[in-house]
Design a protein around this ligand. Structure first.
Ligand code: SF4
Length: 416
């Protein structure tokens, strides 16, 4: 039965009703709603039939309405609460409503990047209101101390994690999830794992997406119901030029060098089959995500690997030309605060090749080949890393194979 609120409540009345809700919640043993029920309630409030949702709370009862699972900050998470207008209980409002699209990101100590990425999503893609979920997976959650940013803490008293958590609690379509089971860029698996949207786009925590590009991507997917591949878009640089893809060439310890496809005709051109592309933005239907290799750690090794994994499964990899994105490349040369050792990155490349049953020659040539094209690393390290990868895979195959054949000289570092 709906509660009766005859006039718009004053601030004092709203505060009193919120206090009463908290009291009922305490009397109910602080029972919280399930994540699916919370999502269902949130979807109803975001399209409130009475127009009472003000972006942060319910105007009728004065309670905060958002996506956080912290019931003390969110009426939707209190199992004891009901909609004062009866909309949650209305017939036809029982199905779990999923957003059409989740744009998600992993972050490590990057409040500024997350702030502008999240705000730009809502500001420049308003046509998706009610259809868009924004998800932040914090891969170094420091919610109880000042983490690695004592300077920031001295100024604000908060860690980047605390600031991002608080931000996402205020964003009506936002969610914040701490995640530490696996650390490194492959933690982006969690974006697909935790997303509630039917389509998922994963971005770095400091990426801006061209206005209209998300709507157009959803329309394109509707027009291509048989598409079950991976889609990406052109990287746009500060000077307005773009890179549609990467070519399979090694450089500075990374596979993939930025390039422009001669078939590119701007936003209105057709989708382009591509070999690989930087993973600052990539997406697919949530159920079509094939996942990163479970042995990937720290930073890198995914470009080329994930694209080959889709093709090996008979699924295309395309560049959607309108899906332009701008990436805040780190002036410091750090990889967005992820741990990043060259040893682990080489292991990531090896693990990817083992999984896809591909050869390792170009990896060896680049990292252990002759400088300046090769990186000239200690050849003994290669055997150590093969052994470590074999042990992690519980297989001795690659080490034995490598030792039984003549290793290449490493003069050819073009890869591929
Ligand atoms: S609680 Fe009910 S009245 Fe309030 S915003 Fe949500 S749906 Fe609307």
């Amino acid at each position: 039965m709906s509660q009766s609120f005859p006039h718009s409540p004053t601030l004092l009345e709203r505060a009193q009703r919120y206090a009463a809700a908290l009291w009922r919640h305490a009397a109910d043993g602080l029972r919280i709603t399930s994540p699916d029920e919370l999502a269902r309630r949130l979807a109803i409030c975001q399209h409130c039939p009475s127009g009472e949702f003000d972006g942060a709370g319910c105007r009728v009862c004065g309670c905060p309405v958002n996506s956080t699972e912290n019931s003390l900050r969110n009426k939707l998470a209190m199992a004891s609460e009901t909609c004062p207008r009866g909309h949650w209980q209305a017939e036809g409002a029982t199905a779990i409503q999923r957003p059409r699209l989740t744009v998600g990101m992993c972050m490590v100590d990057d409040f500024d990047g997350v702030y502008f990425t999240v705000q730009a999503l809502n500001l420049y893609h308003r046509e998706l209101r009610g259809q868009l979920e924004i998800l932040v997976v914090d891969n170094r959650p420091r919610l109880d101390d000042h983490g690695s940013s004592p300077e920031a803490a001295a100024q604000t008293g908060e860690t980047p994690s605390q600031r991002v958590r608080n931000l996402m609690a205020m964003i009506p379509n936002g969610r914040y999830l701490p995640y530490t089971n696996r650390q490194g860029t492959a933690a982006r698996d969690q974006v697909f794992e935790q997303a509630r949207g039917e389509v998922v786009i994963c971005v770095d925590s400091h990426v801006l997406i061209a206005p209209g590009a998300l709507r157009r991507t959803l329309d394109w997917l509707d027009e291509h119901p048989g598409f079950h591949g991976l889609f990406q878009g052109p990287l746009e640089y500060d000077n307005g030029s773009v890179s549609t893809h990467q070519v399979r060439t090694w450089g500075a310890g990374m596979l993939g060098q930025w390039a422009l496809d001669s078939r590119y005709r701007g936003d209105d051109g057709p989708a382009l089959d591509i070999d690989l592309q930087g993973l600052g933005l990539f997406g697919c239907w949530r159920d079509d995500w094939l996942g990163f290799n479970p042995h990937f750690r720290e930073f890198g090794g995914e470009e080329g690997y994930v694209h080959d994994k889709y093709r090996a499964a008979g699924r295309p990899v395309v560049c959607l030309p309108w899906l332009r994105w701008i990436h805040r490349f780190q002036a410091t040369g750090q990889h967005a605060n992820y741990a990043s050792s060259m040893r682990q990155r080489i292991k990531n490349y090896i693990h990817g090749r083992i999984e896809l049953d591909q050869d390792l020659d170009d990896i060896h040539a680049h990292f252990y080949g002759v400088e300046p094209y090769g990186l000239g690393r200690d050849p003994q390290e290669w055997i150590e890393l093969l052994r470590e990868c074999d042990a992690e895979c519980e297989s001795a195959t690659r080490t034995q194979e490598w030792q039984s054949t003549a290793a290449p000289t490493g003069d050819d570092c073009a890869g591929g």
